[in-house]
Every structure is written in structure tokens, then in C-alpha cells.
Write a protein of this length. Structure first.
Length: 479
């Protein structure tokens, strides 16, 4: 089974996907004239605009739901794994894919708003919806929806629950089986309450967990402030192959940076637009800007906090695979320590001995738990798309909730290596399908942005008229 998983992972995450992610980000960056820089003020302004309605969430709630999916185990364990496999240079490529990915994130979120629908009194949308309506390709939309149900409902949850279980066991000695039961009990109370309850929990938990984590990281970084110049020098020299020790793994640095960057910030993956579609806004571009900003929050703030903590305290190893298939450590600061949350735990322990394990366990509990909420919502939304019958949809939703909770428990007691490989397959499959779709739909993205900026330039509060914007297929917005 492990061999099959690794083979699939290698096929999906080939250099072709890495290149597609980078080129898509570059395309939207240049085609929108560096939207992610020009409109950064509007990103923050629209973050707190809009109010919750019976049909949808406020812009901030939808942002928090998307961030809850983005800020998870990838921000702690994923960053450490990227450094372990690609060296500190992987961090630079994570930064780059976040900057470029903000353009892709705008495109997919704006499309989700353009083509959203109201189903059973709630807003629904995302790639399956904009592929069917925008491209007129039903079979492609169905494939994406099925892929998302498999990825978010089956493959990805195990990463989060496994991280919680192992971190709590390390810090507090609690059996992962007991932790798994606790996770599914609390999660069940929330997901059976629907999207509004999920949005309310995300709205409260996300700012608290992100700010608390970054604050502790800043304390560790400031305590090692003299090491900051050397850390940045190592990141850049490793990223471009000029480092004497790490220069030989530049390919791994790029691949790990892009892979872990996308896993963490989800730009172009196709999950965040599902959350973006729930927002109550009067122009699709507004939520597109908000979702672009969430990529910065995830990678430039939270991932960078983890990376700098690890690097300035030398709390990492770099292990490469030889031509014979053996593992060889080219940097070994922590002998015998496996890559993952343990790097971050050690970094915190260098300043506050004994605190690192408990802190990372609690951080992972918040990060991974809110990510599980987002994964469930993404699964449910695509299930709603696949099942048009109201009664069949309601029955299937109840079954999916129970299966989802069972798989979370299963993931909490499985090996970390296997669940990460399965999660990568899910992320990669959705990314392939979604990136191609948003490239094909890019004319709609540009017309939507042009309409928004023309109104913005004239001093108006932009509102969307699909006929004026020349997007006639946006049936939801027709009056």
C-alpha cells in the first residue's frame, strides 16, 4: 500500500505540477498588473466589510473559514518538513509561491463569487460550480467535485488529526486514541450545526490562534536577533544553489517550497474558493481581494514565524535521498529527531525549556482543529453539488459526517509518513484540475477585475452587474 501511495504521489507531484503552479501565479500576477501589490489597501479594507445574512457569511467569516483551512499543520509540521527535505532555501520558494499564489487566489475566489448559487437557502460555490457554468463542462466539474470529496473527506483529515494526536502524546503523555475520541466529539458538535456555526467558530478561533502563535515565535526570534542576518543569508544562498553545503539540493528546495507552500496556503488548490463563495458581498472582486490577503497571512506571517524560529535556533536537520535510495543527513543539528513539529518544539525549548512540547501541542490543536472544520465544509459543499435531490443530499450529508469523524479517529492513530503522502495526493489532484480551470476562465477574471477597478476609480462602491461586466453566465447576479 505504501508503495502505491508513494508512486501516485510521485506522478501527481512531478515537476510539471510545480511548473504549472509557478506559471499560473506568474500569469495572473502580470495580467492583473501586480494586483497583490496595487490593491493591498483594499484587501484589508474589504476584510471587515459586509454583514452576515441568512444565506451567507460576512467577508471576515468567509476569510476566517478559508484561513482555518490554510493555517493548519502545514504551518508547523509542513514548514519543518520542507526545510528537512529541501534545506532552508525551501522557505524562499514558499514566499515566492505565496506572492504569485495571491494572484491565483484572487482569480479562483472571484470566480467562486461570480458563479455561486443559492441552494437550500445557503450560498454554495467553488471550482465545481464555476467549471460547469463558466466552461460549460459538466463532466470536468463532476471530476473535481469527486476529487474534493475524496481529498478533503478521506485523504487530508488524517494529517491534521495525526498531528494533534502525536503532539498531545509527546507533550502530555495522552494516548492518541483518547485524543482522537475527544477531537471527533467536539468536531461533531460543530459540524452538525451547519455552515453558520462553522463560520462563527472560525471567526473566533482563527485570530486568537494565529496571533498567539506568532507572538511566541516573535519572542523566540527576538531572543536570537543576532542570528537573523545569517538566517536570511542561508535561506537565499540555499534557494539559489550558492551555499557550500546545501547548494546541491536546489531542485529539492524548489519542489519542497512549492509543494509545502501550496499545501499550506492552498493558493490555486481549489478549496479556498469554496469558502469564498459563502460571503455576502456586492462584487465578486471584493472577496477575491480578501482571499488573496489570506495567502499572505498564512505564508508570510505564520509560516515565516515557524521557519525563522527553526533556522535562527538551528533546530533542524536536512536529509536527502541518495542515488541508491538511502537517506543521508547533510545537516544534522538534532541527531535522531524526525522532521515535523519536533523541530518547532525544540526551537521554543531553546528559550523556554520544557515549554516547547506543550506550546506546539496546543498550537497544533487549534490549527489542525479549525482546518478539519474547513475540510468538512469543503467536502459537504461538493457533495451538495453532486447530489441534486434534496432528500438524497440530506441523507448523504449525515452519512458523510459520520464517515468523516471516523476517518479523523483513524488518522490520529496512523503513522505520520503515510498520512502526509496521502494528503499530498489529494492536494496535487485538486491543484491540477483547478489550475487548468482558472486559466481557461481567466477572461472572466479579467472582465470582473476591470469592472471593479473602473467603478473604484470613479469613487463608487463597486457593485456587480453581469451585463455591464460582460459576464452573461453569472446567473446568480442577474436582477
Amino acid at each position: 500500500m505504501a508503495d502505491i501511495i508513494n508512486t501516485l504521489n510521485g506522478i501527481i507531484w512531478s515537476n510539471w505540477l510545480v511548473g504549472l503552479c509557478l506559471l499560473t501565479g506568474l500569469y495572473f500576477t502580470f495580467a492583473t498588473r501586480f494586483l497583490q501589490v496595487r490593491q493591498i489597501g483594499a484587501m484589508v479594507r474589504y476584510l471587515f466589510s459586509g454583514k452576515e445574512s441568512e444565506q451567507g457569511l460576512s467577508s471576515f467569516q468567509a476569510f476566517a473559514l478559508a484561513v482555518s483551512g490554510r493555517v493548519g499543520t502545514g504551518n508547523i509540521g509542513g514548514v519543518a518538513i520542507a526545510i528537512a527535505a529541501g534545506g532552508p532555501g525551501a522557505v524562499f520558494w514558499m514566499w515566492l509561491i505565496a506572492f504569485l499564489g495571491a494572484g491565483s487566489a484572487f482569480a479562483e475566489a472571484a470566480l467562486a463569487q461570480v458563479f455561486k448559487q443559492k441552494i437550500d437557502g445557503e450560498y454554495r460555490g467553488g471550482p465545481a460550480y464555476y467549471i460547469e457554468q463558466g466552461l460549460g463542462t459538466k463532466w470536468y466539474a463532476v471530476i473535481f467535485a469527486i476529487s474534493t470529496v475524496i481529498a478533503c473527506g478521506l485523504l487530508l483529515p488524517g494529517i491534521q488529526s495525526n498531528a494533534i494526536g502525536s503532539a498531545v502524546e509527546t507533550a502530555f503523555g495522552v494516548d492518541p486514541k483518547i485524543t482522537g475520541i475527544g477531537i471527533i466529539a467536539l468536531l461533531g458538535l460543530i459540524i452538525f450545526g451547519g455552515v453558520h456555526r462553522i463560520g462563527h467558530v472560525a471567526q473566533l478561533a482563527v485570530p486568537f490562534m494565529a496571533l498567539g502563535y506568532v507572538l511566541v515565535a516573535l519572542i523566540v526570534i527576538v531572543a536570537n536577533i543576532s542570528q537573523i542576518p545569517a538566517a536570511f543569508a542561508t535561506i537565499f544562498s540555499s534557494a539559489f544553489g550558492t551555499d557550500a553545503v546545501l547548494g546541491g539540493i536546489i531542485g529539492a528546495a524548489i519542489q519542497q517550497g512549492v509543494k509545502r507552500g501550496i499545501f499550506s496556503n492552498e493558493a490555486g488548490q481549489g478549496t479556498a474558493p469554496i469558502a469564498a463563495a459563502t460571503a455576502e458581498v456586492n462584487h465578486p472582486a471584493k472577496q477575491g481581494l480578501v482571499q488573496a490577503f489570506s495567502v499572505y497571512v498564512d505564508t508570510w506571517f505564520v509560516c515565516t514565524a515557524t521557519a525563522l524560529m527553526i533556522i535562527v535556533t538551528n533546530s533542524f536537520n536536512v536529509v536527502v535521498e541518495t542515488a541508491e535510495g538511502a537517506k543521508e543527513a547533510i545537516v544534522e543539528n538534532l541527531p535522531g529527531v524526525a522532521s515535523g513539529p519536533a523541530f518547532t518544539q525544540h526551537a521554543v525549548d531553546t528559550l523556554l525549556p520544557g515549554f516547547g512540547s506543550a506550546f506546539v501541542a496546543v498550537a497544533l490543536l487549534f490549527f489542525a482543529f479549525t482546518t478539519l472544520l474547513a475540510y468538512y465544509y469543503y467536502t459537504e459543499s461538493n457533495l451538495v453539488y453532486l447530489l441534486k435531490s434534496g432528500s438524497a443530499r440530506k441523507n448523504a450529508t449525515q452519512v458523510v459526517r459520520l464517515v468523516f469523524l471516523a476517518l479523523i479517529y483513524y488518522g490520529s492513530i496512523k503513522s505520520a509518513e503515510q498520512v502526509w503522502a496521502m494528503g499530498d495526493i489529494g492536494v496535487g489532484l485538486m491543484a491540477w484540475l483547478n489550475l487548468i480551470a482558472i486559466l481557461l476562465l481567466s477572461p472572466t477574471v479579467f472582465r470582473c477585475l476591470k469592472d471593479f477597478e473602473s467603478q473604484q476609480k470613479s469613487g463608487q462602491d463597486p457593485s456587480f452587474d453581469p451585463e455591464a461586466a460582460q459576464v452573461p453566465k453569472a446567473t446568480f447576479w442577474k436582477k
